[in-house]
Design a protein around this ligand. Structure first.
Ligand code: ADP
Ligand code: ZN
Length: 435
């Protein structure tokens, strides 16, 4: 049986969660309709009034929101309370374009931090832990979210922020950090640096890591677990829904429980907007039930994943989301074939390479080129040139089996691909330059 931060809520019978969501939804729709003219406009256009929403069964009557709505209403068009009630601003990392900002009342910050506290406790965190926050601090939500959650749990919090890996490692060893939170790509980099400094996985005091903010594969999880000697937990969130902590993994490490007392999750067909039955793969949509300042209804995340209501042995009743494969806009269409960078990662790691790679797409003579750059492992440096070519061919064949088209694989010397301290940038799509 599991460890919980708020046992009664986290293990609430599904029927009760539904009732709670219904009551909160009715209230939230009214709050938004009355206070956010932009969304009121969308509802009016669709001919739906707050009185038409009696519970979660009426959710699909409501219009969707997407990133473009948030850009259109930038900066304060979604604000649902007087600005004097707000205490904090955060913003997206801008991975896919102009930044979106989010605003929080103290109540909003508290419930966000509670969600992060649930994630920390699920990963084994207690007041006896030393929790190293190596997510960036600042406008990015990663640092602030886990920092607040760590305080709520009562861990000794090390607000390291990302970067300065030498100091990161020194404090980790000197202060005996037991839990580390950062992006998975940074965790891999820290693991690599520890090894270079001569540390073995068992030399550190870490027992768990809570990693998110970017897609990462199961292969990457195993790599990090091995190099740091820990159990690695996934955490998911986006600025639009507060930040990390919307969903988190329990000790089963088999999908992330969505905090359903605060959020309703739906999976839709990204092309038609149709709500898909449970178990279907599609775009994740969130309705936030408790947020006061920035209460988005039916927000389209563009993250592609699957939900599961299968019972979890941890005792939590919250629905689980599978690891998102990436955003619909991370999907590359190369020579007409859909390719997710995470598929390439799966192959590279399964073939024994380190998670240091780069994908480059271009268009030459009207044909897409697909190049994958991967670092040779230090022990492969002694290979003959023919040996390296053989390796490249074998890797290209393995990627082809996975994604359906053949890349040109280039094995490059170790340490020549930039390491990531935050969200890794793995893809360069040069085709955009020609448009
Ligand atoms: P940006 O949209 O600019 O990247 P955010 O920092 O708000 O800004 O990032 C949220 C996005 O990060 C999510 O929509 C999702 O695509 C990605 N993400 C967050 N956590 C995870 C995770 N655990 N696995 C995969 N992707 C994640
Ligand atoms: Zn569970």
């Amino acid at each position: 049986m599991g460890r919980y931060y708020q046992k009664e809520i986290e293990t609430m019978p599904v029927e009760e969660i539904r009732k709670l969501q219904s009551v909160k939804l009715v209230k939230q729709v009214k709050h938004v309709y009355e206070n956010v003219p932009y969304y009121r406009g969308l509802m009016d256009k669709k001919g739906v009034r707050p009185e038409d929403v009696h519970g979660i069964e009426d959710l699909r009557k409501l219009p969707f929101l997407s990133k473009s709505d948030l850009r259109e209403t930038y900066p304060y068009g979604m604000l649902a309370v007087p600005i004097s009630d707000c205490v904090r601003i955060h913003s997206t990392s801008g991975t896919t374009g102009k930044r979106v900002i989010a605003y929080y009342t103290q109540h909003d910050v508290d419930l966000w931090e509670e969600c992060c506290a649930r994630a920390i406790v699920a990963a084994g965190g207690t007041r006896d832990d030393v929790l190293q926050v190596a997510y960036g601090y600042g406008l990015f939500t990663g640092g602030a979210g886990l920092h607040g959650g760590s305080h709520k749990v009562g861990c000794l919090t090390l607000p390291m922020s990302s970067g300065n890996t030498e100091r990161q490692i020194q404090f980790m060893m000197d202060l005996k950090s037991t839990i580390i939170c950062c992006t998975p790509s940074y965790a891999a980099y820290i693991g690599e640096s520890l090894k270079e400094q001569g540390y073995k996985p068992e030399d550190n005091s870490l027992k768990a890591g809570i990693f998110g903010a970017e897609p990462w594969t199961e292969e990457m999880r195993r790599d990090i677990e091995k190099s740091l000697g820990i159990k690695a937990y996934d955490i998911y969130g986006l600025t639009e829904t507060s930040g990390p902590g919307v969903a988190f993994e329990c000790e089963e490490q088999n999908g992330m429980h969505i905090n359903e007392d605060h959020f309703i999750a739906e999976i839709i067909d990204p092309d038609t907007g149709e709500v898909l039955p449970e178990g279907s793969k599609g775009e994740l949509v969130f309705t936030s039930l408790d947020k006061q300042a920035f209460p988005l209804l039916r927000y389209r995340t563009r993250d592609i994943c699957v939900l599961s209501r299968e019972k979890c042995s941890c005792g939590r009743t919250f629905v689980r989301m599978a690891k998102p494969m990436g955003r619909s806009d991370d999907m590359l269409i190369i020579r007409g074939v859909n390719v997710f960078p995470s598929q390439v990662e799966t192959v590279l790691l399964a073939e024994g390479y380190a998670p240091n790679y780069r994908i480059e797409i271009d268009r030459v003579n009207n044909t897409d080129t697909f190049d994958v750059f991967v670092e040779l492992l230090p022990e492969q440096l002694a290979d003959t040139p023919e040996g390296v070519i053989q390796r490249e061919k074998a890797l290209a064949a393995a990627v082809t089996t996975m994604v359906g088209i053949r890349p040109a694989v280039h094995l490059v010397p170790p340490k020549t691909i930039a390491r990531s301290e935050g969200k890794a940038v793995r893809v360069t799509d040069k085709r955009k330059l020609h448009d």
